[in-house]
Design a protein. Structure first.
Length: 297
């Protein structure tokens, strides 16, 4: 997943299982620099492509879960990072400002003891737009995240990268009920595991999300405008249409924004309106401390 801010700063989250394929993609999408690379975890199908990315662009930082891999490709990536002068960062609850794009790191909760359940999550915010990716996380990790983060932090999510390529032990109904994805993108290629599974597809359909698969739809591109409006396109086809039903319009029209004033975020929460999005009645830049288009989050 490549994330590029309007200021030209870029992050690569995971790199797939092929050095050659990642090199070709970096050229195809005219990537000029990388400020940060992130390994959700150390499995080879997520980090192999990070090797040429680090070799080529020598990013300043390499964010990872701190749980060393046991494979040759992990050692190659670590050696490459050292040679490039790239500094390792262990995931914690940090916020990274990528120009006007905010990245919130969801570190593995305490007590996780394998690579999948130690996956590093990344929440991407630009205006009201939100994307979420969580590697190959499994139910123990997502359950712990549900205890740790308020519902307003986790969802709704405009573009959600499915857990573990649509595996049976990845996404679950309770987690998706909090994430509330509008679009689900499944990163998957030919495999012997049956990914994405029928169970995972059924979960995404039940959540009402549009579904895109990289094995069927190719590369998925999301373009976000200031404020958070976005367009999503696939190299092939249009994915599976969303089944989310729209609520009927309110009989009473909402009050104009100018007539609703909240003195502070406590008043917003008391009214049950948090978080307030830019353009909604009562939104004010004074309540939006980090300027991300979401006040009192």
């Amino acid at each position: 997943m490549l994330i590029t801010s309007p200021e030209g700063k870029s992050v690569l989250y995971d790199g797939g299982h092929s050095e050659a394929r990642l090199k070709a993609l970096l050229t195809q999408y005219q990537v000029k620099s990388l400020d940060l690379v992130v390994a959700s975890h150390a499995d080879a199908d997520h980090i192999t492509g990070l090797v040429p990315a680090v070799q080529t662009f020598k990013p300043k930082y390499f964010l990872n879960n701190g749980l060393a891999g046991t494979t040759q490709i992990w050692q190659k990536l670590v050696t490459t990072a050292k040679q490039a002068g790239t500094q390792g960062l262990i995931a914690k609850g940090q916020t990274i400002n990528l120009g006007s794009v905010k990245l919130t790191v969801l570190p593995p909760p305490p007590g996780m003891n394998d690579q999948n359940t130690s996956s590093v999550g990344l929440l991407v915010q630009y205006g009201s737009f939100r994307a979420l990716m969580t590697g190959d996380s499994e139910t123990p990790e997502t359950t712990a995240w549900l205890r740790q983060y308020p519902t307003a932090t986790l969802g709704p999510i405009d573009v959600y990268k499915s857990i573990h390529h649509g595996a049976r032990n990845g996404d679950n109904a309770r987690w998706l009920a909090a994430v509330r994805p509008v679009n689900v993108v499944i990163g998957v290629g030919p495999n012997n595991y049956g990914h994405p599974t029928a169970e995972a597809i059924a979960l995404y359909k039940k959540a009402g999300a549009a579904i895109y698969r990289t094995d069927l739809n190719g590369t998925v591109t999301v373009t976000v405008q200031p404020g958070g409006t976005y367009t999503l396109s696939a190299a092939k086809g249009t994915g599976t249409a969303a089944t989310r039903t729209q609520a009927p319009p309110s009989v009473t029209p909402p009050a104009p924004a100018s007539s609703v004033v909240y003195p502070n975020c406590a008043a917003v929460r008391a009214a049950g309106k948090a978080p307030l999005l830019r353009g909604q009645p009562g939104y004010s830049s004074n309540l939006d401390r980090d300027g991300d288009g979401r006040a009192c989050e």
